[in-house]
Write a protein that binds this ligand. Structure first.
Ligand code: NAP
Length: 247
């Protein structure tokens, strides 16, 4: 039960929420393949920390925007683990600017990573999941995809797009034993939010009913639940992990 003995692919596992997801799944007994974009040293540390929890772990460099890279990463995962039961689409970026000053390349970069990357990874695993009639897909959306946020039209569009993708894929795959859900974190303490100006961070914390930023492990535990055997009758849902921010 849980995720014990399952084989999981996590995108963006070198840092932040993705690293916490890898560690949580590993602590619960899942074998892990995860990808990273450039942080090789941090990826090595994550893989080692997973192995120390007694499971197999492999880090693969892969740009989720690139279909060939994604195919190669999924191929490496299938070779290393023998099967893929769980896919967590976590890799994501921000390129914040107000609408009028946002560069077109920054709009494209965010959509390509957060939304197209999610599509490419699902496409790469879904045939095998359909054959085995089992799969758990969890996509990282955001409270910003639910509510919007000034300065983030690209990011909000990508994360709202992830919700539409999640619900559509859930409808297509439900009868094949594959669930597709999204987790929408609020304001979580990672490199992504550390890059925000101090005034914006203070304002964000003030809008959280729980009165604090979230920890990456808060998100990881929700992802692990949706990735578990027990969550088999939950599909097409968006689970906010945000201290009440999106209420
Ligand atoms: P983070 O600390 O900036 O880490 C991002 C991760 O994504 C890193 O592992 C990075 O790899 C990887 N990545 C970035 N671009 C990639 C690409 N093109 N191909 C493959 N991997 C790539 O971010 P985070 O805060 O943990 O966020 C994780 C997810 O949660 C994202 O989807 C984010 O949008 C979402 N989220 C975060 C928050 C928050 O408050 N932090 C709130 C809501 C939603 P490298 O280390 O190699 O660069």
């Amino acid at each position: 039960m849980g995720v014990s003995g399952r084989c999981a692919v996590v995108t963006g596992g070198s840092r932040g929420i993705g690293r916490a997801i890898c560690l949580e799944l590993a602590a619960q007994g899942a074998n892990i393949v995860f990808c990273y974009a450039g942080s090789e040293e941090k990826a090595r540390e994550t893989a080692l920390a997973c192995e120390q929890l007694g499971v197999r772990a492999l880090a693969v460099r892969c740009d989720v925007r690139d279909a060939q890279d994604v195919q190669a990463m999924i191929g490496a995962a299938q070779e290393a683990l023998g099967r893929i039961d769980i896919l967590v689409n976590n890799a994501g970026v921000t390129r914040d600017a107000l609408l009028l000053t946002m560069k077109e390349e920054d709009f494209d970069a965010v959509l390509d990573t957060n939304l197209k990357g999610t599509y490419l990874c699902i496409r790469a695993v879904v045939r095998a999941m359909m054959k085995q009639r089992y799969g758990r897909i969890v996509n990282l959306s955001s409270v910003v995809g639910l509510r919007g946020n000034a300065g983030q039209v690209n990011y909000a569009a990508s994360k709202a797009g992830v919700i539409g993708l999640t619900k559509s894929a859930a409808r297509e795959l439900a009868a094949r034993g594959i669930t597709v859900n999204a987790v929408a974190p609020g304001f979580i303490d990672t490199d992504m939010t550390a890059a925000m100006p101090e005034a914006a961070r203070t304002a964000a914390v003030a809008s959280i009913p729980a009165g604090r930023m979230g920890d990456a492990r808060d998100v990881a535990r929700a992802v692990a639940f949706l990735a578990s055997d027990e969550a088999g009758y939950i599909t097409g849902q968006v689970l906010a992990v945000d201290g009440g921010m999106s209420m």
